[in-house]
Design a protein around this ligand. Structure first.
Ligand code: CP
Length: 299
């Protein structure tokens, strides 16, 4: 039994296989491979895209969904532990999709569950299915995963999507441009990984000009919910706003990705630029999640 807690739980071969299956699901999304199966979606933290795209993926595959989007409406409000909750739900479902604010919660769940767990985001740690849909979007728009420059902008410290994406792209010949204030810089462990793999990265403070050599501009929201001190959030929340005028000297093939939700980091005048791809990216989540579920259930 395999769970997907970190993107590193998947080999390069697993990832390429999931991307190939996602492309098949995009061509034909009416394959009822989950008929007779039940998937539980346990969201201890708010979500729009991840929960709804998982539920769409399950429905399109002919499966049934149980679960909750607010743990306050469960017996956890009466004091039931995460362990007991997982043990119970494992009696009802064939797979658990779980989002939790605590880093490591999904790994813990995978260690006690007798059915596979998909981590739908654990604190500032990992969001592996976001990475699968990001990779799918990158491959779809660039035609390849090797020899690309990825500019990551904004909250590189707390943004779990950039951590997972960096790990996955480090399997390919990628170079990285990090654009963040010192308070939100990419943590050392991820830069060490790139150094170990002899992959190039550069760090910048200014957005304008630093994105001109990028094939992908990966914008992120400053993660207000991860700050202990609200004043620290106030200092950095407006630092980077991508505007249409900043895109004139960028590469013709560049695509702007964002895991969403955005707050103010992409001005709405970018939305109509053909380089903007974030809404299509969110749509790709259905195909990537269909493929990830089938991969874990060996379907
Ligand atoms: N990208 C993402 O995780 O969005 P949600 O928080 O809406 O699920």
């Amino acid at each position: 039994m395999k769970s997907l807690v970190s993107i590193t739980d998947f080999s390069k071969q697993d990832i390429l296989s999931v991307l190939e299956h996602a492309a098949n699901f995009e061509k034909d999304s009416r394959q009822r491979l989950l008929q007779g199966k039940v998937v539980a979606t346990l969201f201890f933290e708010p979500s729009t895209r991840t929960r709804l795209s998982f539920e769409t993926a399950i429905n399109r595959l002919g499966g049934r969904v149980i679960g909750f989007s607010d743990a306050n409406n469960t017996s956890m409000a009466k004091g039931e532990t995460l362990k007991d909750t997982i043990m119970m739900v494992a009696n009802y479902a064939d797979l658990i999709v779980m989002r939790h604010p605590l880093e490591g919660a999904a790994r813990y769940a995978s260690e006690i569950s007798r059915i596979p767990i998909i981590n739908a985001g654990d604190g500032a740690n990992q969001h592996p299915t976001q990475t699968l849909l990001d990779l799918y979007s990158i491959k779809k728009t660039q035609g390849k995963l090797d020899d690309l420059n990825i500019a990551m902008v904004g909250d590189l410290k707390y943004g779990r999507t950039v951590h997972s994406l960096l790990q996955a792209m480090s399997l390919f010949r990628t170079s990285f441009t990090f654009i963040a204030p010192p308070e939100l810089a990419m943590p050392g462990e991820y830069k060490n990984l790139l150094a170990k793999k002899k992959l190039q990265y550069s760090e910048h403070l200014d957005l304008e000009g630093s994105i001109n050599d990028a094939d992908i501009i990966y914008m992120t929201r400053v993660q207000r919910e991860r700050f202990l001190d609200p004043m620290e959030y106030e200092k950095v929340k407006q630092l980077y706003v991508l505007r249409n005028s900043m895109l004139s000297n960028t590469r013709p093939n560049v695509k702007i990705l964002h895991p969403l939700p955005r707050v103010n980091e992409i001005n709405i005048d970018v939305d109509s630029n053909p380089k903007a791809y974030y809404f299509q990216q969110a749509g790709n989540g259905v195909f990537a999640r269909m493929a990830a579920i089938c991969h874990l259930l060996n379907l």
